[in-house]
Design a protein around this ligand. Structure first.
Ligand code: SIN
Length: 542
């Protein structure tokens, strides 16, 4: 029996905790309340081969095609082959997927050759999964620390052996563990428009980078084509287009028809960029999603959550097209892992959106993310079991031909004369990332972003203090990841999947390999190395 610390409580964290609780002492730490995570907001569903006339090989092919030549084929094979068993396990845990008579209801989303997306509560799939998993976890009496923030990972002799945490109730404290599983989600809060909740500040990836772990594919940020143009960028699921809704510009023209043979159901990056171009051509005005052909009854029954949200904004979308625009939605990159969630640092596992398993490549296929969380969380726990049983051999986290970037820990030396830059703030970071590292990039914008971000990193590193708030720690995490995204985006001089460069508009076959980002191990910039608790208190799990 080992002690396993799971950080994060979306599908990946909860599945890992449930599996680990069968044989190990587990503690779950989560930044907000247990049910709050990106998973909770997932609408479209979970993809998997659950129908007799669908084939695992077709799911694999669709995933590889969406990934634009950058997927790890072994990882994709694992995902699509083991996915159905994990979906059946979710059903055992209490998830009730929508039915069409005796069969599951079929959902179609972009770039799937078969309508293999299962959904629950119409458009409330994530909430249904989260609720079932929270209930299952509670029944196993696994200790959970809510409102607890990951400040840093504890590293000794190059291995992770716990985490430095912070909560209002306990202050700063540590939990030691034989294995730490990071399931902390993505980094949508790097951008001003995101479908992600406020907790998505990349804390796990940033802590892993500081602990010496390698990240990869970080330049690939997926922008969902259709978010409401209201504060909070509420997601309007791709499944709405799967049911027949179309996109129109200000003149009422279906602009996607001329851009891709699959029109509105082209891969997500293609549709998002198509919308951005249409918006630019009409002075920045949003395009509209026209779902009027579906009718009021169908919209309310199939998409109750979206229907409620749109109607609350004063639009009757059964008669009037609704304004939409792209928003940051999902990070394909993350902490590089092998097929079992192992990172490059012993003792540290990563699962779900925070991990780069290689299943998404340059562009994630719709509804593969919940599946990835469940499949690789279960595998990580199985790997822990195998390691406890003495198994040693595992493959490297990245292929040998990976390109490598070393990030200077706190901005490095300035390579140009110091310029006057706007003082750091979350809003200023958003402005830089949206303008220069968003849907379309180029060298001059990325270089300008790099200079600003490095300048901020130098100035914030010297003003750090242990007393700083979790907000300041989140900002430090976002800044570190922004520097990683920009460095990798500068390095990748081609357009591939979600990474589009105006100055290199074509895919370059010679760049069909991941770019890895690493940094020398450093303590958290807001916690001095001699902080008494770093080597001090060990909290027994409550
Ligand atoms: C959606 O419902 O459009 C989102 C599904 C996903 O991100 O896979």
């Amino acid at each position: 029996m080992a002690t396993v610390l799971v950080i994060g409580s979306g599908i990946a964290g909860l599945v890992a905790a449930i599996h680990a609780s069968e044989r190990h002492d587990v503690v779950v730490v989560t930044k907000d309340v247990l049910g709050q995570s990106n998973t909770r907001y997932a609408q479209g569903g979970i993809a998997g081969v659950m129908f007799d006339d669908d084939r695992v090989e077709d799911h694999i092919r669709d995933t590889l095609l969406a990934g634009a030549g950058l997927c790890d084929e072994d990882a994709v094979r694992v995902l699509c082959t083991e996915g159905p068993a994990r979906i059946r396990e979710l059903i055992d845990f209490g998830v009730s997927f929508d039915r069409d008579g005796a069969d599951f209801a079929k959902g179609l989303e972009a770039a799937h050759s078969y309508p293999r997306v299962l959904h629950a509560g119409g458009d409330a799939t994530g909430a249904a999964i989260e609720t079932a998993l929270v209930t299952t976890l509670a029944a196993r009496a696994v200790p959970v620390l809510e409102h607890t923030f990951l400040r840093d990972l504890l590293v000794d002799h190059g291995a992770v052996h716990g985490a430095l945490l912070q909560s209002t109730e306990r202050g700063v404290f540590t939990i030691e563990a034989d294995h730490v599983i990071l399931a902390t989600g993505g980094l949508g809060q790097l951008y001003p428009y995101t479908t992600n909740p406020s907790v998505a500040t990349g804390d796990g990836a940033a802590a892993a980078l500081r602990a010496g772990a390698v990240l990869a594919d970080v330049e690939f940020v997926q922008f969902h084509p259709t978010a409401l143009t209201l504060p909070g960028s509420f997601l309007v699921s791709e499944a709405v287009r799967g049911e027949g809704a179309v996109l129109r510009d200000a003149a009422g023209r279906r602009f996607m028809v001329g851009l891709h043979p699959d029109a509105e159901l082209a891969p997500r990056d293609v549709v998002a960029r198509g919308i951005a171009e249409a918006m630019a051509a009409q002075g920045g005005r949003p395009v509209t999603l026209d779902a009027t052909s579906l009718g009021a009854e169908r919209l309310a029954a199939r998409f109750p959550g979206i229907d409620e949200q749109i109607r609350a904004s004063g639009v009757d979308w059964s008669t009037t097209p609704v304004e939409v625009a792209p928003a940051a939605h999902y990070w394909m990159g993350g902490i590089a892992t092998d097929l079992d969630g192992r990172t490059s640092v012993p003792g540290l596992f990563a699962v779900g959106e925070v991990a780069r398993t290689g299943v998404h490549g340059a562009n994630r296929l719709a509804s593969n993310s919940l599946l990835e969380g469940a499949v690789f969380a279960a595998r990580a726990v199985a790997a822990i079991d195998a390691e406890r049983g003495g198994a040693q051999d595992h493959r490297p986290v990245l292929p040998p031909h990976t390109e490598r970037i070393d990030l200077a820990p706190s901005g490095g030396q300035s390579d140009s004369a110091p310029s006057t830059i706007t003082p750091f703030s979350r809003e200023a970071l958003h402005t830089v990332m949206w303008a220069h590292a968003g849907l379309v990039r180029d060298a001059s914008g990325l270089r300008a972003a790099k200079q600003t971000l490095d300048g901020w990193a130098r100035s914030t590193a010297s003003s750090a203090s242990a007393a700083e708030s979790t907000r300041a720690a989140e900002d430090a995490n976002l800044l570190l990841l922004a520097r990683s995204v920009v460095a990798a985006a500068l390095h990748r001089t081609e357009s591939r999947g979600a990474h589009a460069r105006d100055d290199f508009p074509l895919i370059d076959a010679a760049q069909a390999q991941p770019v890895a980002v690493s940094s020398a191990p450093v303590p958290h910039p807001t916690l001095p190395e001699d902080h008494p608790l770093v080597n001090g208190t060990v909290l027994a799990p409550c």
